[in-house]
Design a binder for this molecule. Structure first.
Ligand SMILES: [Zn+2]
Length: 248
């Protein structure tokens, strides 16, 4: 800690702090972390940069909670956290190592058509255009894939897709698989636009999103729209700006 940074401290703290508080700041790093958690707005950030220290996990949670507060009105992050025990599940940053995706290229299921495969690939590409820290690349061999998309005839409940992912103890998603049905439960074939929309929805789950009551979002439980909304993109961007794990 330099003399210059010490001199910055009173400015960063503002005039409301007492001498006792100052002493606790100089005492130990845990105190500092706790106090920066109490600081609001940009104050906390200035305190941190004044000390030029390595941020710890608690700092990350404080920063994350601040980001969430700022984004609550423009995203459905609150609904996701309510479903996920106040925790964020997401893939680790993989900017240089895309997730490998295998889409089952053929099927003997009635009404199967390669156009469905194309619709799913386009859905992955749409999410990819958001330039998240997670990218997708398609592979021809399922053994090489992190993500598998398989076709089923229909589900025994009124759904058209299902995504299962697993995560590690750090809430980082490690693999995911998507099932897509060619038929509604009553036997009617999904049209290509509907398949595209369901694929967008399931890939949203794969990325760590959950349902929202916003019916104009692709992540509504019953998908009514056919494309990603601004709220969808803002929410997934927020998730990938947050650390994985509990935020309480
Ligand atoms: Zn869903």
């Amino acid at each position: 800690m330099t003399r210059a940074s010490l001199l910055l401290l009173p400015l960063a703290l503002g005039i409301g702090f007492t001498g006792a508080t100052h002493r606790s700041f100089f005492g130990s790093r845990p105190h500092l972390a706790r106090h920066s958690a109490d600081a609001s707005g940009s104050l906390g950030h200035e305190i941190e940069s004044a000390f030029d220290r390595v941020p710890g996990p608690e700092d990350a949670r404080v920063a994350a909670r601040r980001k969430i507060e700022e984004s609550e009105s423009t995203t459905y992050i609150a609904e996701i956290l309510a479903e996920h025990d106040s925790s964020v599940a997401r893939w680790p940053d993989r900017r240089t190592q895309p997730l490998t995706v295998w889409v089952q290229p053929a099927s003997g299921i009635a009404d199967f058509n390669k156009i469905y495969v194309e619709q799913v690939r386009q859905a992955f590409e749409e999410w990819d255009r958001l330039q998240l820290p997670v990218h997708f690349t398609f592979v021809n061999d399922s053994a090489d894939a992190d993500v598998h998309v398989n076709w089923v005839d229909r589900f025994s409940e009124p759904i058209s897709g299902r995504t299962r992912w697993t995560r590690d103890d750090d809430w980082l998603i490690t693999d995911a698989n998507i099932l897509l049905a060619l038929h509604h439960i009553g036997g009617e074939r999904l049209d290509y636009d509907a398949m595209h929309a369901i694929a967008l929805h399931e890939i949203g789950h794969l990325l760590g999103l959950d349902h929202t009551q916003d019916t104009l979002s692709i992540m509504a439980p019953r998908v009514r729209v056919r494309e990603l909304s601004n709220v969808d993109t803002a929410t997934v961007r927020l998730i990938y700006a947050l650390p994985a794990g509990p935020l309480r």
